[in-house]
Design a protein around this ligand. Sequence first.
Ligand SMILES: *[C@@H]1O[C@H](CO)[C@@H](O)[C@H](O)[C@H]1NC(C)=O
Ligand SMILES: *[C@@H]1O[C@H](CO)[C@@H](O)[C@H](O)[C@H]1NC(C)=O
Ligand SMILES: *[C@@H]1O[C@H](CO)[C@@H](O)[C@H](O)[C@H]1NC(C)=O
Ligand SMILES: *[C@@H]1O[C@H](CO)[C@@H](O)[C@H](O)[C@H]1NC(C)=O
Length: 318
Amino acid sequence: MALTPVLLLLLAYCLSGVSSSAGPPPRSFTSLFALGDSYIDAGNFVTMATPVAPVWVDKPPYGMTFFERPTGRFSDGRVIVDFVAAALGVPFLPASLANSSDDDVARRGGVNFAVGGATAVDVAFFERRRLVPFKLLNNSLDVQLGWFEELEPSLCNATAETAGSYGGGRCFSRSLFLVGEFGVNDYTFLWTANKTESEVMAFVPRVVRTIASAVERLIVRDGAAHVVVTGNPPIGCSPTLLTLLRRTSRPTSAADDDDYDHIGCLRGVNDVARHHNALLGAAVVGLRARHPRATIVFADFYTPIRRILENPNQGGGQ
Ligand SMILES: *[C@@H]1O[C@H](CO)[C@@H](O)[C@H](O)[C@H]1NC(C)=O
Ligand SMILES: *[C@@H]1O[C@H](CO)[C@@H](O)[C@H](O)[C@H]1NC(C)=O
Ligand SMILES: *[C@@H]1O[C@H](CO)[C@@H](O)[C@H](O)[C@H]1NC(C)=O
Ligand SMILES: *[C@@H]1O[C@H](CO)[C@@H](O)[C@H](O)[C@H]1NC(C)=O
């Protein structure tokens, strides 16, 4: 159900991309809120999916290298948002569906709304067009924003208190919002429904508009002042898509096939990811112009992951 890949090494590397582009001095933020999919889910997928579908991330080896138990993360260790939390000096964020009390929220400095398999575009879009052969969890970006807004009154109290500005000013002036990655699941559903590259390309503006309007809603309606919007990784290199899109006629040497680049990644899939990133980066520039008082940063997940894959012997990779 959740089709995003788990690439531990890459997640750690991504973080360095986030912190270097956001560049906040440690402790300038008092709380962190995250929306996204399995790259940063800290348990929401397990909570949502357990009643309706087979779940695998609640069993070993998930969680075994760091937490020493499965936590619902799609990783054997930490995920990106855990490293961001550590860099900001706030504890690991609780998953929003884990019933944290308001006290926990105040103490912990944030909430993680991400759910594995989440799409940017509403799930009804994929279901109505029969793009997926199963019922999707209702976990898209808009739904996650709705969860945030439901909690907002109590979060507002908690963050205002930790920020030492209770009763005045905006609630989230010292909060960092991490939006994404979104889009990987949207495109994965189209690719696995055998859509052509031009059909998937044509869908990109819709995905990007959805993400940009969510960011705008966070700023205008919810008072977010610092937002990191993350782009898509090169999912044409992910084991998930390489497996799902494998053709029986595939030549034995991937390098001989026009569909694959020199390191064995799917060119068309990565072209879409790069197009997504270009449009999303441009949308972020537009948002900055419209909201000059907010700090909106685009975090590039593509380049650093690509660099690792091009140079697998550097940085301890295999
Ligand atoms: C959270 O609380 C609700 C209502 O008490 C309960 O139904 C749900 O199972 C709880 N979720 C978790 C993850 O414990
Ligand atoms: C998903 O949840 C939202 C908010 O609760 C709701 O408006 C929407 O109809 C739901 N969509 C589906 C497909 O169930
Ligand atoms: C916020 O704090 C005020 C003052 O302590 C309290 O009266 C109010 O109930 C709190 N609101 C929420 C939603 O926790
Ligand atoms: C996509 O194409 C493959 C190979 O032709 C086929 O096996 C598969 O059923 C198709 N999937 C869908 C969703 O049409």
